[in-house]
Write a protein that binds this ligand. Structure first.
Ligand code: PFF
Ligand code: NA
Length: 446
C-alpha cells in the first residue's frame, strides 16, 4: 500500500495544500462572529496564545504522525503503536478524527453554499443600494428558504467530492496556487478601505484593547476550539495530508508559515468586518450571519462594488473549497484503508455528508426550534461541539501519541528539524500543550 500512496509534487505544493486546508470559513466567517460573541480583544489575545502554544505544536505532531505512518490515519496510528510495542487501539483515534470532520463538513458545506449563493447575487448587482437593515432582512429571508439552501449545499458538496475523487495532487494544487494570493490581496484592499470609515477607530480599539474582567472559562473553551478549528488541527485531517508529505522538508518551518498566514487572514477579515459593524451601529455579537450582512454593506459604496463583492465571495468559495477537500480526506482515506476505491469512497462520503448537511439546512426553517442540546438546534450543535470539544480532545490524544507513544526515532525523523529542534518541540508538547488542553477542557466542563 505504501508504494502506491500519492505524494505532493513539491515542498511548496505541500505548504500550499496545508494553507488551503487552514484558510477558509474559519478565518473570514467564524473568527469575526466568535470574536464578536466573546467580547473582542481579550478573546483575540487568548486565541492567538492558543495558536502559538497549542495549535502550532499539535499541528506538527499531527502532520508528523501521518508522515511517519504514510497511510490513512487509522492505519498509521495502528502501525506506529505496534512498532513502539503499544496498544493498537490507538488506531481508533483515526476513526474519531473521521467522525469529527464528518460533523464539521456537514455544516461547512452548507455555509459554503451560502457564500456561493451570495456570490451570484453580488455579481448580478442584487445588493446594490441596500442599507444594512435591508441586507439583514434579505439574509433572514434567505435562511428561511430551505429549498434554495439545499441546492447550494448540494452543488458545493458535489464540487468538493469531485476533486476528492480525482485525487490530491492534480487540479487542486494548481488552483490553490493561482488564486489564493488574490484573496489575500482583496482582503488587504478591504481592510485598507476600512481605514476611511468612521467605524475604523472603534473597531481597532474593540479588537485590540483587552478587558480581561469579562473573561470566563467558556471564553477559553471557545478560543481553544477556534485555534484548533482555524488551523485544521485535531481531526486527523492534516495527518491524512502529512502522509503525502515529501521527504527532505522541515516540518516546523512549514507549520509556522501556515499558522502566521492564517492569523493574518483572520485579522484582516476582522478589521474589515468590524469597521463596518461600528460604522453602521450594528451588533458585533450578531452571530453566524455577521459576515453575510456586513460585507455586502461594506462594498455597497465602493466604485464597482457589485463586481468586487462578487469577486470576494468567489475567492472565499475557493478558499472554503480547499478546506472542505481537506475535511473529506480523513473519511475517504479511512474508507480506502478498508479496501474501497477512491471514487467509491468519495461517493459514499458525499452521500452521507449530504444527508446530515440537510439537517443543518432545515435548522434555519422547519427544525429551527427543534432543540437537540439545551437551547441549541442541530446546526448550533454541529457547528459548536465538534470544533470546541472534539477537536481539542482529538488534538490532545494526537499530542500524547506523538510525544509519549510513537517510536522516538520515527518522530525525530518525521519532524526533520534536527535533534535540538526535536527536543524543544517535545518539551513544549509534553509540558505546555498537553497540560494546557487538559486544564482548559476540564475548567470549561465544570
Ligand atoms: N481550517 C478550516 C477553516 O479555518 O475554515 C476548517 C477546517 C478544515 C477545520 C479542516 C478542521 C479541519 F480538519
Ligand atoms: Na483557518
Amino acid at each position: 500500500m505504501n508504494q502506491t500512496l500519492e505524494r505532493w509534487s513539491s515542498r511548496r505544493a505541500f505548504i500550499l495544500a496545508v494553507t488551503g486546508a487552514a484558510v477558509g470559513l474559519g478565518n473570514i466567517w467564524r473568527f469575526p462572529y466568535i470574536t464578536g460573541e466573546n467580547g473582542g480583544a481579550a478573546f483575540l489575545l487568548i486565541y492567538i496564545g492558543f495558536v502559538v502554544l497549542l495549535g502550532l505544536p499539535v499541528m506538527m505532531a499531527e502532520i508528523l504522525v501521518g508522515r511517519a505512518g504514510r497511510s490513512s490515519p487509522m492505519l498509521s496510528l495502528g502501525k506506529l503503536a505496534r512498532q513502539a510495542g503499544r496498544s493498537e487501539h490507538w488506531r481508533w483515534l483515526g476513526l474519531f478524527g473521521a467522525f469529527t470532520v464528518f460533523c464539521i463538513l456537514s455544516f461547512y458545506s452548507v455555509v459554503s453554499g451560502w457564500a456561493m449563493d451570495f456570490m451570484v447575487t453580488a455579481f448580478s448587482g442584487g445588493f446594490q443600494g441596500m442599507s444594512a437593515d435591508q441586507v439583514g432582512a434579505g439574509f433572514g429571508d434567505f435562511l428561511a428558504n430551505p429549498l434554495r439552501m439545499a441546492m447550494d449545499h448540494t452543488l458545493f458538496l458535489v464540487l468538493t467530492m469531485l476533486v476528492v475523487a480525482a485525487g490530491v495532487s492534480k487540479g487542486l494544487e494548481r488552483l490553490n496556487n493561482l488564486l489564493m494570493p488574490a484573496l489575500y490581496l482583496l482582503l488587504f484592499v478591504l481592510a485598507g478601505h476600512a481605514i476611511s470609515m468612521d467605524g475604523f477607530g472603534p473597531a481597532l480599539e474593540w479588537l485590540f484593547t483587552p478587558d480581561f474582567s469579562a473573561v470566563t472559562p467558556m471564553v477559553f473553551i471557545h478560543a481553544m476550539g477556534h485555534a484548533f478549528f482555524t488551523l485544521a488541527v485535531g481531526a486527523c485531517a492534516l495527518m491524512a495530508y502529512g502522509a503525502y508529505m515529501p521527504d527532505h522538508q522541515s516540518l516546523p518551518g512549514a507549520a509556522a508559515a501556515v499558522a502566521i498566514l492564517d492569523v493574518i487572514v483572520a485579522l484582516l477579515a476582522g478589521i474589515a468586518i468590524f469597521s463596518v459593524v461600528f460604522t453602521q451601529g450594528m451588533d458585533p455579537g450578531e452571530g453566524p450571519g455577521l459576515m453575510f450582512i456586513t460585507l455586502p454593506v461594506a462594498f455597497a459604496d465602493l466604485p464597482f462594488g457589485a463586481f468586487w463583492l462578487g469577486l470576494f465571495f468567489l475567492l472565499l468559495v475557493l478558499a472554503t473549497w480547499t478546506s472542505s477537500i481537506n475535511l473529506a480526506e480523513p473519511i475517504v482515506a479511512t474508507l480506502i484503508g478498508w479496501g474501497m476505491t477512491r471514487r467509491r469512497a468519495a461517493l459514499v462520503t458525499g452521500v452521507c455528508v449530504w444527508l446530515v448537511g440537510m439537517l443543518c439546512v432545515l435548522s434555519f426553517s422547519t427544525l429551527s426550534d427543534f432543540h437537540v442540546l439545551g437551547s441549541m438546534n442541530f446546526f448550533d450543535v454541529v457547528s459548536t461541539i465538534p470544533p470546541e470539544i472534539f477537536l481539542p480532545l482529538g488534538g490532545l490524544l494526537i499530542a500524547i501519541f506523538a510525544a509519549w507513544v510513537m517510536p522516538e526515532q520515527e518522530a525525530l525523523r518525521a519532524l526533520d528539524a534536527g535533534p535540538n529542534g526535536f527536543r524543544l518541540w517535545r518539551i513544549v508538547l509534553r509540558w505546555i500543550s498537553i497540560p494546557l488542553v487538559i486544564v482548559v477542557l476540564i475548567s470549561g466542563l465544570v
